[in-house]
Ligand binder design. Sequence first.
Ligand code: 13P
Length: 254
Amino acid sequence: MKRIKVIAGNWKMHNDNSAAQQLASQIKIRTTDIKKTDIILCPPFTALTVVHDVIKDTRIGLGAQNVYWEKSGAFTGELSADMIKSSGAAYVIVGHSERRQYFGETDETVNKRTKAALEAGLKVILCVGESLDQRESGITANVVEAQVTGGLSGLTSEQMEDIIIAYEPVWAIGTGKVATPEQAQEVHAHIRGLVEKLYNSDVAAALRIQYGGSVKPDNADSLLSQPDIDGALVGGACLKAETFVPIIQSAEKL
Ligand code: 13P
């Protein structure tokens, strides 16, 4: 089965509404010839509707960077999946390593957010990845297995159609130290094998697994041409159309 490549830009805490409008417009203008690759922009919450207005008549998708699991109530500062959906977003990133590292995210809360997002009809980009210490101690596979199993706990095969997994080794995020294509491929294949065990071979074959961590125009080709790498979750390089669009073009020509 040929999986459609998916390139997502995680804008993190960058871009006020005016900068967001400009960046989304530049990406829109430069991607009119992209016909196969899925593109997703994930601006901060405040810019979701602004970016939605720019891209609504294109095939570019919109995603949020987090979601809370309750539907409504006294949860100051939080946003429900329905609220995110009503901003025009179709996707949400869950379990990013920065949320795990700085905001106490656990596999259990990742799972609650994932379920709430899916129930509201959002698609989820579920992030997993090991730290440098964990890689050096030789426990990468165990760490990633626990994160994938915990994050997906209780999901049906049908719900798996709305899941994208992003493998983002923490040591490669924002460091300029990219995983080699072989290192990334090894973990991607491992994740796919695990999903086959947890579900079945059809679910595993259809699942898209993105790589994230210092993806740039000059390393995109070699990463994206690996058999189990189905796209990229891009941080730094997604903040400029000049560096984000070439990554999309790399995916498009494969
Ligand atoms: P960088 O591309 O800046 O390393 O960030 C990757 C990332 O965290 C995307 O979610």
